[in-house]
Design a protein around this ligand. Structure first.
Ligand SMILES: Cc1ncc(COP(=O)(O)O)c(C=O)c1O
Length: 298
């Protein structure tokens, strides 16, 4: 709750764990060069967004920054797909300042983005990766972290009061781990990652047909996660007033038509399972299109 940048999660957990700072997301649809950016600045939006990390590290002092944590594609935040040059530059910045890179792959891990891990497509590795949902496809609750050899060696060699003391009731739960292994076998045997890629492509293509609607601001996605962002005015990307509850009303309309998902404000998120049939993907899009029209008109 302290690590997340989604402020609505904070109030019930105040006072939060101190020491967490946040930088702006790499959010292409709503990207604006940071204040003070010179007009002749040649950096791409992805580079500028990544450089916010370096500025924060320098502001705080590199020796006071332990790690940077982020989701390869932000999920609950609204399926925010970063520009391709964002993560490689983040890795470089972390290396330059000896800051650990923690990838929160709880949503993106194990195929959701079409790769085994969300950072895989950029050819970079984090120092620590957190994972959960996809490792068992949700059939059993199992989550965990992976750490680099360097971190493992540091933990293993620590002695006395530096010993890593932590405990969970369900550490290495045998049934959970067995389900995970069986699930990973199925993902491989049934070639579900390539299927996620193909279904994701179909989902995105079909969703793009909704883009002609005057309140569909952006359709975006990566692998089998996608989002439709609804706006009051397309040209200016103006958001609807929060009290109009447009996202919630569209979700209620899709629920009436048999489709349940998760929204973030006026962003409608979609992340169907890898065994979804093509016809179901098409039905999802037609339900969403009908629901948008039912709430916002043609
Ligand atoms: C990106 C992300 N990180 C972490 C979590 C929390 O994971 P867990 O419930 O396995 O602790 C979630 C939960 O939905 C999530 O979406």
């Amino acid at each position: 709750m302290s690590a997340t940048g989604i402020a609505s999660y904070w109030p019930m957990f105040e006072p939060r764990v101190p020491g967490f700072l946040h930088i702006d997301s790499p959010y292409p649809y709503r990207f604006r060069p940071p204040p003070g950016t010179r007009p002749d600045d040649r950096r791409t939006p992805g580079q500028m967004a990544a450089d916010l990390l370096e500025e924060a590290i320098l502001r705080e002092g590199a020796d006071r920054v332990a790690a940077f944590i982020g989701e390869p594609v932000q999920g609950a935040g609204g399926v925010i797909v970063p520009p391709d040059d964002y993560w490689p530059r983040i890795r470089q910045i972390c290396d330059r300042h000896d800051v650990l890179l923690i990838a929160d792959e709880v949503i993106t891990g194990f195929g959701r983005t079409g790769d085994w891990f969300g950072l895989g497509r950029y050819g970079i590795e984090p120092d620590i990766v957190s994972f959960a949902k996809g490792i068992t496809s949700g059939y059993f609750p199992l989550g965990g972290i992976g750490v680099s050899d360097r971190i493992a060696a540091a933990l293993d060699s620590a002695a006395g009061p530096q010993t890593w003391m932590h405990a969970f009731t369900y550490s290495a739960h045998p049934a959970g781990c067995a389900v995970a292994l069986a699930n990973l076998d199925i993902l491989e045997r049934e070639e579900l990652l390539p299927r996620a890629v193909a279904l994701g492509r179909r989902l995105l293509e079909r969703l793009k047909t909704l883009q002609s609607h005057r309140h569909v601001g952006e359709v975006r996605g990566q692998g089998l996660m996608a989002a439709v962002e609804l706006v009051a005015e397309k040209g200016t990307r103006l958001e609807f007033p929060a009290e109009e509850q447009v996202g919630a009303r569209v979700h209620a309309a899709t629920q009436q038509r048999g489709m349940f998902t998760r929204t973030r404000g006026d962003i409608y998120n979609l992340a169907p399972c890898f065994v979804t049939e093509e016809a179901q993907i098409d039905r999802m899009v037609s339900i969403l299109g009908d629901s948008i029209e039912a709430v916002l008109g043609k």
